[in-house]
Design a protein around this ligand. Sequence first.
Ligand SMILES: [Zn+2]
Ligand SMILES: [Zn+2]
Length: 339
Amino acid sequence: MKAARLYGPGDIRLEEVADPRPQDGQVLVKVEACGVCPSDIRSYYGTAKQTWTPGHEASGVLAQIAGGHSGGPAVGDRVAIDWRHVCGECFYCLTGNPNFCERREDFQIAGFAEYTVVPQAVVHTLPPNVSFDDASFCEPLACVLNAYRVIHAPFGADVVVIGAGPVGLMHAQVALRHGARVIVVDKLEPRLAVASQLGAHDVINASDGDAVAQVLELTHGHGAGAVVVAANSATAVEQAIAMARKGGVVNLFAGIYPATELRLDPNLVHYSEISLTGSHDYAPAEFALALRLIEHGIIKVAPLVSNRYPLSDIAIAFETARDQQALKSIIHPHDTEVS
Ligand SMILES: [Zn+2]
Ligand SMILES: [Zn+2]
């Protein structure tokens, strides 16, 4: 089969590799769609320890089950793959934080390939109205849902989302569904236009003037009840803290690279009771919930797809995603043309 193989910074190649073979308890999935994630772009430009096949936002058709069918999806079913197979038994799994599982089954999903082998337990049957592209959003949407364990945005609260990439646009929708008044901040007008189409009440182009002042103006000088940073920027985090109202929550949703430090006035946390929170990964239940929200159109993901590429164009897909010229780029391993 064909698979993309990452050799080093900026060096990803389409190669012929041995067909993967499932062992007992595993299944073979014919990959039909795999989303390009910011973490893939980081791997692409970072230093890989060994040659490998990235891609973890994958969906496809169940092609083979090894060791007997255990009652989940059957051969021929369309499926989404939850790449985080948590153990359910470690300290974090047993204390309600399976997103930090210490014994996650270490399988490499390798979604940027024609086929992949994964544990039988991680495939979820797709409802008929959920496309493969839609299903590739289960993973990033699950991460967004996990953040709502720490973002307390009561009905009617002002919520700011900084960064209107695919993840920021899912955050905006989840906040809207919680009854929030949503303000989206980005520097790219086309992304802000999508935010407005999806229902954001206000959008701020951070390249025209001071975004903090604009949020304060829109909130009558109080600031927002919750501010989500879905952008790789320490400056955005500092701005987020300045945008929060007294008693507000700031969520650091995005990883920030290269590693850096924040300037933080500790008295803001003390006197204004601003909570700094982070969120990372998700629990299995959040993956299943993400699929339900997509199935019922509660969260819309189709407007977040901007580009689709065959596997042979993976380097172009990564470069386009890095330059933020796209929203979500999705690889279709069995297609031969760009759509
Ligand atoms: Zn991802
Ligand atoms: Zn665990």
